[in-house]
Design a binder for this molecule. Structure first.
Ligand code: BYC
Length: 315
């Protein structure tokens, strides 16, 4: 078949809501887009363990420690499902990790901000996981089968994470004036970076149009950001804390909240590697990778031994 026919058939399949599977024909640009998005998502999960890992030893109670530990472990799991999904597209995990460690691959801007107080664990769960759910639930319907299936389990866990964050915020906001001030301070610092997680405005987003056509993305960056704001404002009201945006107000005509301008200079600085914690995060990841080399070697040696045994048995 000529490439144009293959491409037409491919698009028709997508338009008919049929899933694309690893062995199906796909345009090279579709494959590349998926590798880019899935691997950056995987990297975000793994780097995302660091800001919260910072508080495991300092969680205020055993219950909080157990929940935070489980949440960080879940994130490792999400990274692994996503690396596996990316591998089905014919790229090796070593290549993907190399791209992260050399700065070629991006990961979410949000994880380059510091976690300076316990309340940040609440704000991250509530806002960062809340934004993640908004972005990721539609990815359960992404056109590429292995990605969509990985997202189903990820989303179930993210929704638990969001609740544990909100519960921390609720406890703090119902606590002493100092605790309530901690919750407010965390909201002040995490609100705008959370809005940036959805990526540049649609007019500036280079990949959205094509990714929506391929049904990798089901909504644009701005649509998801708006959904997040609309869902989160009433939650801040329940908490009794104030979103740090003087322009935030309900727009009766649009049926949505209007909100203020995002500082895109800050966003691009963080994406380019100049955020408050970029260097620290990369150093920690590279060190963990190097320290884990013996584990990978041992696992490979064990796997080789097992397959040798199997071959001997068969022979
Ligand atoms: N940070 O054309 P655009 C999590 C890049 S994990 C950094 O709109 P696209 C969680 C973008 O990559 C959160 N870079 O791109 C984990 C592109 O650059 P390249 C991660 C960003 O792909 C642990 C350029 O800007 N979630 O939730 O159509 C604990 C132009 O953007 C960002 C995912 O990865 C950013 N925020 O849309 C708790 C979800 N935004 O690649 C929580 C899956 C944009 O051309 N990914 N860029 O060099 C997506 O849904 C989409 O990739 C995005 C961006 C909406 C993020």
């Amino acid at each position: 078949m000529r490439t144009t026919h293959l491409e037409d058939n491919f698009q028709q399949k997508i338009d008919a809501e049929e899933r694309i599977e690893p062995k199906d024909w796909m345009p090279e640009t579709y494959r590349k887009t998926l590798i880019r998005q899935i691997s950056q998502h995987a990297h975000s999960e793994i780097v995302g363990m660091l800001p919260e890992g910072n508080w495991i030893t300092r969680a205020p109670t055993l219950r909080r420690k157990a929940a935070l530990l489980a949440k960080v472990q879940d994130e490792a799991g999400h990274g692994l499902y996503l690396y596996c999904a990316a591998e089905t597209l014919g790229v090796s995990r070593d290549t993907l990790l190399d791209e992260l460690h050399t700065g070629k691959a991006k990961y979410s801007s949000i994880f380059n901000y510091p976690t300076i107080a316990w309340a940040d664990m609440g704000a991250i769960g509530w806002l960062v996981d809340g934004a993640a759910i908004m972005n990721q639930v539609p990815l359960c319907r992404a056109s590429y089968g292995p990605y969509a299936r990985a997202m189903v389990r990820i989303c179930k866990e993210e929704s638990f994470h969001q609740r544990q964050g909100f519960e921390i915020m609720l406890t703090l906001s119902k606590g002493t004036p100092t605790q309530k001030a901690m919750a407010q301070d965390a909201l002040n610092r995490w609100w705008w970076p959370s809005l940036m997680m959805f990526g540049p405005n649609d007019a500036e987003s280079q990949h959205t149009e094509q990714s929506v056509r391929w049904k990798i993305k089901r909504f644009t960056n701005d649509e998801l950001r708006q959904k997040f704001v609309d869902a989160t404002v009433p939650q801040a009201e329940i908490l009794g804390i104030t979103i740090p945006d003087p322009d935030l107000k309900w727009n009766e005509e649009r049926g949505h909240y209007d909100f203020g301008a995002i500082n895109w200079d800050e966003f691009w600085q963080v994406v380019k590697g100049n955020g408050p914690c970029n260097q620290e995060r990369m150093e920690a990841r590279i060190k963990a990778h190097e320290d884990g080399e013996w584990v990978r070697e041992a696992a490979m040696a064990y796997a080789n031994k097992q397959s040798q045994k199997l071959t001997e048995q068969v022979a």
